[in-house]
Design a protein around this ligand. Structure first.
Ligand code: NDP
Ligand code: MG
Length: 384
């Protein structure tokens, strides 16, 4: 079997680490072609020492010598445009889109445009530009394989679309699922990032605490599986063992289960259609004993209805939602906004910035910029 060259975007992050762990288990089957980071130059160099990629990309400000990389046989490229360049390289076969946030849109689109196998973790790309990414991927014959655990689960359970009644995305409810509602105002970044079941980057950890993560995932599912908002439901499942379910017209419901370990969906997307070792522990249902499910509470998680509203509004509304969320989460992590201010900033931004058509990348990026300006102004106003 020939070796698959994989570019791992966001290699210094949580998805990057899990991806490299799976790749390391299959020498001869996968080779690391490129590794990228934004500002973590030392961490990128350390990964290059282990994986010896052909290219390393530092998309942010660089303060590192190219010689250290070239001694390893790795060419260091600097700047955001280099991301698009490495993913489109003819020798790159698969791309892990593991950059966090809107910053991952351009390289995800570039990989799709170049017809690569795209392992999609960067959900924000589909939230901002779902129809565009799907159109570009289809035209170029790119294979978009979902890595987000819920979408990967749905992908594993999905057969014929016409026989699907709905899909059910599970959500753990995060660290604040059962705390008194009054305590949310004073919740700290440390508490918000202490997810009960998953170890993830800080932005997605806060998104899980607000449940905006599930809102973004509803939008992501709308485009990946071509289902309207009415056919995408959210269920709280605190144990994070059932990763999502597909309900069929005959009343059958098919679910995918595993321990909460991102290496499972990553290995599935890497190996598809074959299954390969992920390194995850076998699921022990006897020790887990109970799987519980409940309806999400809109008063506790106002970001979820905001995301459904953006999806129903269409056009650039999801891009506005995403940008406002990124600004609000960053402000919360920087202790410039209370936890409960996140939903308020997003709601106000959605009211103030009108949504338009999302036909082109320029229109989407303009909406993103307008929402960031409006959201920043609100963060400042709230701090005053
Ligand atoms: P992390 O914060 O752990 O890692 C983010 C990565 O992106 C780092 O390599 C970082 O580089 C890089 N990066 C940050 N900003 C930029 C930028 N402006 N331009 C280019 N690269 C940048 O995030 P996660 O791994 O947790 O998440 C990555 C994506 O995967 C997100 O979209 C998330 O929603 C999705 N996802 C994550 C899951 C998880 O379990 N972690 C589960 C499902 C989906 P540097 O280190 O230099 O800052
Ligand atoms: Mg997920």
């Amino acid at each position: 079997m020939s070796c698959t060259n994989v570019s791992v975007l966001g290699a210094t992050g949580s998805i990057g680490a899990s991806t490299l762990d799976v790749i390391r288990r299959h020498p001869g089957r996968y080779r690391v072609f490129a590794l990228t980071a934004h500002a973590s130059a030392e961490a990128l160099l350390a990964l290059c020492r282990v994986h010896r990629p052909r290219y390393a990309v530092l998309s942010g400000p660089a303060s590192v010598s190219k010689d250290e990389f070239s001694r390893l046989g790795t060419e260091l490229l600097v700047g955001h445009a280099a991301l698009d360049q490495v993913v489109a390289h003819p020798d790159c076969h698969a791309v892990m889109a593991g950059i966090v946030g809107a910053a991952g849109l351009s390289s995800t689109l570039a990989a799709a445009r170049a017809g690569k196998r795209v392992l999609l973790a960067n959900k924000e790309a589909l939230v901002m530009a779902g129809p565009l990414v799907m159109r570009v991927a289809r035209a170029a014959g790119a294979q978009l394989l979902p890595v987000d655990s819920e979408h990967n689960a749905v992908f594993q359970c999905f057969s014929e679309k016409k026989s699907v009644r709905k899909i059910l995305l599970t959500a753990s409810g995060g660290p604040f699922r059962a705390v008194p509602l009054e305590s949310l105002e004073a919740a700290t970044p440390e508490q918000a990032c202490a997810h009960p079941n998953w170890v993830m980057g800080r932005k997605i950890s806060v998104d899980s605490a607000t449940m905006m993560n599930k809102g973004l995932e509803v939008i992501e599912a709308r485009w990946l599986f071509d289902l309207s908002a009415e056919r995408i439901e959210v269920l709280i499942h605190a144990q994070s063992i059932v990763h999502s379910l597909v309900e069929y017209v005959d009343g059958s419901v098919i679910a995918q289960l595993s321990n909460p370990d991102m290496r499972v969906p990553i290995a599935y997307a890497l190996g598809y259609p074959e299954r390969i070792d992920s390194g995850a522990q076998t699921l022990d249902l006897i020790s887990i004993k109970t799987l519980s499910f409940e309806k999400p509470d809109a008063a506790r998680f106002p970001c979820l209805p905001l995301a459904y509203a953006a999806l129903r509004a269409g056009g650039t509304a999801p891009a506005l939602l995403n940008a406002a969320n990124e600004v609000a989460v960053e402000a919360f992590l920087g202790r410039r906004l209370p936890f409960t201010g996140i939903a308020r900033v997003i709601g106000d931004t959605m009211e103030r910035v009108p949504a338009g058509a999302a036909e082109t990348l320029d229109a989407i990026l303009a909406a993103d910029a307008a929402a960031r300006r409006a959201a920043r102004a609100q963060v400042l106003a709230r701090a005053a």
